[in-house]
Design a protein around this ligand. Structure first.
Ligand code: SF4
Ligand code: SF4
Length: 385
């Protein structure tokens, strides 16, 4: 169905901003701003008015369109099966048009500039992309079974690097045959695409595909669900076909086959479903298998889980651009309060962006002494020590 036709058929019923039991607000941008134009249905009407030239291109329109966290709750919960899967594409098309017209929020402009000049949002040299491997004895990819694809947050961000090192150490510990591309890896481009810079995304995807093919890569393990999504669902459109798995899926398989734990210190843990692993790729079980297989873990679910999980607010490029911003009703803080209500000592995540968003939110909620954020791999490490 054409985007214009879909925009005309949406009747702004509003179900798309709720979870399946209709009891909470589950669209991060509507939750934060509480204006209808920030909800998915409101965005549809805004886009329709824009398309019909009833409103003009403006920085206000741009702020609203770039506040979507691309969480996919609307895709999951829209009442129209005929077009629900197109909603996010429509919102991204709106951003694409704004990028073409050069009307984007300043933080989005800065993000694109960093990507063009440095190839990563951290403005760090590409040569440092493999610096996280230092001292771990990790080999460059040659003819190993799998490539471990790290992504920008896992390669450059200090907290992300800790996650990357934890995952790599566990893969090594379990004898997985893998290598890394280091400086030859480039950004997966997922955030570039959701921010509407399709031309740049195409370049990044083609560059990575060439690097994978030149190295003879067939199987890929990703750190980030965002990279997992891009390589699994977008790269095949450019002829890049690889067997790609998120590291939680690999860990779940390894841990079911062989148990090699040395301690069972009690730990109460709850888990946050990352949008790009869950709603975008329907993988809900693997992280739970990891946690439920570990000795000593008391696993507690939050109220909103799986397809109803509330996004941390870091998707759709917002992790880098912060168009959503913080505050008491920011999605990360609401989610942290929800996690804390379970009585868990640890909020587990399986994405470097979620980990960082929640760590900031825990500080803002002044809960640092009562709950911490850990990546799944970091929790596994506590059982191996
Ligand atoms: S649920 Fe579907 S039809 Fe209803 S407002 Fe949302 S996008 Fe429009
Ligand atoms: S993708 Fe998420 S943040 Fe964006 S409009 Fe839909 S529910 Fe809201």
């Amino acid at each position: 169905m054409e985007h214009a036709e879909i925009l005309h058929r949406c009747f702004r019923c509003g179900y798309c901003k709720l979870p399946s039991d209709y009891t909470d607000l589950n669209c991060p941008s509507y939750l934060k701003f509480r204006f209808e134009t920030y909800s998915p249905g409101g965005r549809m009407w805004l886009l329709r008015a824009w398309l019909n030239q009833e409103i003009e291109t403006s920085s206000r329109l741009s702020e609203i369109l770039f506040s979507c966290a691309a969480c996919g709750n609307c895709v999951e919960h829209c009442v129209f099966p005929e077009f629900k899967s197109d909603l996010l594409d429509i919102f991204i098309s709106g951003r694409e048009e704004l990028v073409n017209e050069g009307v984007v929020p300043p933080s989005v402009r800065d993000y694109f500039k960093a990507m063009i000049v440095y190839g990563n949002p951290y403005k760090l040299p590409e040569a440092e992309r493999g610096a996280w491997t230092e001292g771990l004895g990790i080999e460059p990819y040659k003819d190993q079974e799998c490539l471990f694809f790290v992504g920008c947050a896992g390669a450059y961000d200090e907290r992300g690097q800790k996650m990357t090192r934890a995952v790599a150490s566990i893969l090594k510990n379990w004898g997985v045959s893998f290598g890394v591309l280091g400086a030859d890896e480039c950004c997966d481009g997922n955030e570039v695409k959701t921010l509407g810079e399709t031309g740049l995304f195409d370049e990044l995807a083609k560059k990575n595909i060439k690097a994978f093919e030149d190295a003879g890569v067939k199987k890929i393990i990703t750190l980030s669900p965002h990279g997992y999504h891009a390589i699994k669902n977008e790269y095949p459109k450019f002829g890049g076909n690889f067997e790609v798995r998120h590291y939680s899926q690999v860990l779940a398989d390894l841990m079911e086959k062989e148990r090699k734990y040395e301690n069972n210190i009690p730990l109460k843990v709850t888990f946050h479903d990352p949008c790009y692993l869950g709603r975008h790729n329907w993988e809900y079980q693997a992280p739970r298998t990891v946690l439920q297989t570990l000795p000593g873990i008391e696993f507690k679910e939050m109220d909103r889980i799986k397809a109803d999980a509330l996004c941390c607010g870091g998707g759709g490029g917002n992790f880098y651009t912060d168009v959503l911003g913080g505050g008491f009703e920011s999605p990360a803080r609401v989610r942290v309060r929800e996690a804390f209500e379970t009585g868990a000592e640890v909020l587990a995540a399986a994405c470097p962006k979620c980990v960082k968003m929640f760590e900031d939110a825990i500080k803002a909620e002044e809960l640092e002494d009562r709950m911490q954020v850990m990546d799944l791999a970091e929790i596994v490490q506590t059982r191996l020590e």
